[in-house]
Every structure is written in C-alpha cells, then in structure tokens.
Design a protein around this ligand. Structure first.
Ligand code: F0G
Length: 484
C-alpha cells in the first residue's frame, strides 16, 4: 500500500508529499492541511460502480459487510491485516415523502441518509474505522480526540473493541449531550472533562498529541476523512448509482463537507460519475464561521489561493471580542473548524452554498424529522432546516432530488427532545443524589482545568498497560485475508 498511497499538502503552491507512516496533522513545510492521495494508476479501480453490488452476496466477510471497506478500492491505504472493523456504515437512505410535503418539496424527491444507524449512533464510525486501521498499522496504543460528543463515543467504542488501545477523550465540561457522555464512560475511555469549550479541548489534545505521542483521531487526521467519503458511495448505490442534484450536510468541524467533496472529485476524475451534485453546508447561527467567511466575506478556495489573512483577522476579532460558539445543536458548537480550507475546496468542486439556521429552526425541523421519520439529534436537523431555507430562497427547486444527511441518532440527546415536547429540563427536574460509583466496571470522568500541565498530570497517572493475552486477542477483531 505504501507505493499506492501517500499524504499530500492541500496547498497547490506547496504540494509537499509524505509517506503514510509519517504521523503529521499538518504539512511540515507550510502548515496547511494534508490529504490522503493515491497513485490511481496502481489501483485496480472498477470500471463501473455496479461492481460493488456483488459484495452484498459476500457479506459473511467482515470487509464486505462493512459499509466502508466494501468500497476499499477508493481508500487503498491500509493492508487488510490492519483493518479494524465493527460493522460500521450499514446505514440507509429513506425516501421522506411526508416530510417533503410538510416543507414544500416534491414528495418523491427528498431522501434522508440516516448515519445515526452506525454502531455508535453517528457518522463518526465511518471515519474511525479508517483512522483506527492506520493506528493499528503504526502500532499506536493511546488514541485521543477532542469532541462535542460523537467523536468521543465512536473513539471509545473502537478503542474498547480493539482490546489494546486506550481511548482518551477531551470533552467540554457540561458541553456534550448525556447520551454521548454515557457512551464514552461505558465503552471505557479515559474521559477528561475540560473546563472549556470544544475549541479549547482541540487545542489541548493537539498539544498532548505533539508532546506526549497520543495518536490524534479528530478529523484533522486525513485518514478519518477517507472513511467518511463512503457515505457518498452508499447514497449513490441506494439510488441505483444516480447522482442526486443536492447533498445537504450540517457543518461543524467540516470533516464531512471536506470528505464528500473529495469523494465526488475522485469519482469524477476516475470517470465513474458524469456530474457532481451541488453541496449545501448548514451552520448554526451561533457557530457560523464558515457562513461568515464564505458567504458574507466571500472567502473561497480560489484554486488553492485562499485569503489566509481574512481567516486570521476573523479569528483575531473573535478572540478580541470574546466570541464563543453557542447553539442548542451542541455537536456543531465549534468556532474554529479545523477543516475550513478543505470545506472551501469542496464548495468549489460541488458549486456549493453555505447557509445558517437559527436554534429555533433547528429544533422545529428536528421535531418534523421525528414526526415523519426515524428522528435525529439537533445538529443533524440543520440539514433539513437548511433545505427549507434554500427552498424558500428559490435556490433549490422542489423538483430537484435532495439528500439530507442525518448525522446522529435521536437518542444521542434525549434531554433536547424531552425539553422540546414537555418543557421539562430532565437534568434539573430532580437532581439525582450524588454517590461514589461502586460498579465493578465504573469508569468515572475526570474533571480537569483548561491547563496543559494539569492534563499531563492526569494522563501520567492513568497510563494503562496491556497483558500479553490482550495483545494476542487484538487480531481477532477481523480476519486477515482480503484482496484489493
Ligand atoms: N452532526 C453531528 C451529530 C456531529 O456530531 C458533528 C460533529 C457534526 C454534525 C458536524 O460534522 O465536523 O464533519 O462538520 N461532531 C464532532 C464531534 C465535532 O466531536 O463529535 P463535521
């Protein structure tokens, strides 16, 4: 695989390349983001996307069962023996006629892609399987992320199932929904509740990965985004390989937006699709950095010549005015999206638009999605709220085929749902009596200040060791033979 795949700086005027075993989360030449790139000449890519349909018949193989590795020819960076798969990506595309009628779209033209049906309940599993497989190849034992809740749930699940990796998650204290916090604890991750927001957590985990060698699993890790490309392949497959007119996605750290644009650019370049759908990225008004920079200030990818000064000035102003992201959609409460430039590139590739929606629009559309479908968590509903807005603006016509990505499961944030329907704040209604956890597997979160020294102290105290038996068990997660 090492001669097929490499890492490459996204800045065309730099374009420096690195091997896939180099642990880097930015170009060491110019500091820009990295892509995973391939020498497609050396990959046996199918001539027709229908090729992938035959893998439904061989789903007894864990690789063909996985909705990510089923499309392994499009992410050929890891050898089969390193793949860690837990049955991710078996998600579905549903036609949403009742919802369409409710918001004024043609009834057979609106589709919802339920990524909340992943094992950990969000789209993050698509990316985690990819990044964990590389971590296994690199022999990493401590993997870490900052999170608004879903990345941490997914990382904790994969680390727990690996048997030999310790998951360490940095979450903002009081900032993540209870369903997600419960997952990190139950799956056994070391859970650091930092006195700060997501942006502070990301700053700290990046420092910890640089200085303590933790392997970083946030979407700044380009291998994660390779897994997230597969959502687009599944949508195409569910539509009998017909490209929709629009894909609409909530924008937080902008990993999905970046991955989707890359997926379509590659399929187009390989001659496997004839047109690229348009992309709409939807911010919450309280966390609208991409909207402000792209739609208001006109910052574009511009063939790689991004106006870096405008971005720096925007962040400097945010800091000077103490502006922090704030929205009911806690999953996308992010002021400094790490994949900003890749998302700008996707907007260029997909002739995309960015919109912002209010918390009220988010929560009302979440209720509609639940009433007329399987439901979703607040951040996911931004996609349908965004569609409604774009229909009202006349940017999307009711006769166009639209796929809205529902990124997380309804049960991730039950407080938001109960509060909406009953006006009751479940956490405040009757505070449970505090006791010391006494269960045999209880895994208590650790409160830490937003201070690197304090974090190092906790990490120093909580270093795990794995027995030889546990190490031996590791390869059993997936059988080792598979062909590209
Ligand atoms: N929807 C949900 C449910 C999410 O959890 C996230 C991101 C997004 C949308 C935004 O996706 O970052 O690709 O633009 N959650 C991350 C986390 C930040 O830590 O769980 P994005």
């Amino acid at each position: 695989m090492t001669d097929i795949a490499f890492q490459k700086c996204i800045n065309p005027s730099c374009g420096q390349t690195f091997g896939i075993d180099e642990v880097l989360f930015a170009c060491s030449g110019c500091g820009d983001l990295l892509d995973v790139a391939y020498d497609w000449e050396k990959v046996s890519v199918p001539h027709d996307l229908r090729f992938f349909e035959q893998r439904w018949a061989t789903k007894a193989s864990p690789y063909d069962f996985s909705g990510v590795w089923r499309f392994r020819e499009f992410l050929p960076f890891v050898e089969p023996k390193h793949i860690i798969t837990i049955g991710e990506g078996r998600t579905i595309l549903q036609r949403a006629d009742l919802l369409a009628r409710h918001i004024g779209h043609h009834t057979d033209k609106l589709f919802l892609q339920y990524e909340g049906l992943n094992p950990s309940g969000s789209f993050k599993d698509n990316g985690m399987t990819a990044a964990f497989s590389l971590a296994r190849r690199l022999g990493k034992r401590r993997v870490a992320c900052a999170s608004t809740g879903n990345t941490s749930a997914s990382l904790a699940l994969f680390a727990g199932m690996s048997g030999v990796m310790q998951g360490i998650v940095f979450v903002g204290s009081g900032k993540i929904a209870y369903g997600k916090l419960s997952q990190a604890l139950e799956y056994g991750a070391l859970t650091l509740q930092i006195q700060g927001d997501f942006d502070a957590c990301l700053r700290q985990v990046r420092a910890a990965s640089d200085r303590l060698g933790l392997y970083l699993m946030n979407s700044v890790n380009p291998f994660r985004l390779e897994g997230q490309k597969t959502t687009m392949y599944r949508i195409l497959e569910a539509r009998d390989w017909q490209v929709p007119d629009w894909v609409i996605v909530p924008g937080g750290n902008l990993g999905n937006s970046s991955a989707f644009g890359k997926a379509f650019a590659e399929l187009y370049e390989l001659g496997l699709i004839r047109r690229i759908p348009r992309l709409a990225i939807i911010n919450a008004i309280g966390a609208n950095t991409l909207y402000q920079l792209h739609e208001v200030q006109g910052v574009c990818w511009n063939k790689g010549r991004v106006d870096n000064k405008a971005i720096e000035n925007y962040y400097a102003k945010m800091d000077a005015e103490h502006i922090r992201a704030r929205t009911v959609a806690s999953a996308i409460e992010i002021g400094r999206p790490v994949n900003l430039k890749k998302a700008l590139r996707s907007l260029e590739v997909c002739n995309g638009v960015v919109r912002q929606v209010s918390d009220e629009q988010i929560i009302e559309h979440k209720a509609m999605i639940g009433r007329y479908g399987f439901g979703c968590e607040p951040a996911s509903a931004a996609s349908v709220a965004g569609l409604h807005l774009l229909l009202d603006e006349g940017v999307i016509s009711p006769s166009e085929t639209v796929v809205c990505i529902l990124t997380g499961h309804l049960l991730k944030d039950p407080d938001a749902t109960v509060a909406y329907h009953s006006g009751l704040d479940m956490r405040k209604a009757s505070p449970p009596a505090r006791t010391e956890p006494s269960g045999k597997l209880s895994n208590r979160p650790v409160q830490v200040e937003d201070d690197f020294e304090a974090i190092c102290k906790v990490l120093g105290e909580k270093t795990p060791s794995f027995s030889e038996e546990e190490r031996q068990a590791f390869p059993s997660i997936a059988p080792l033979e598979m062909e590209y």
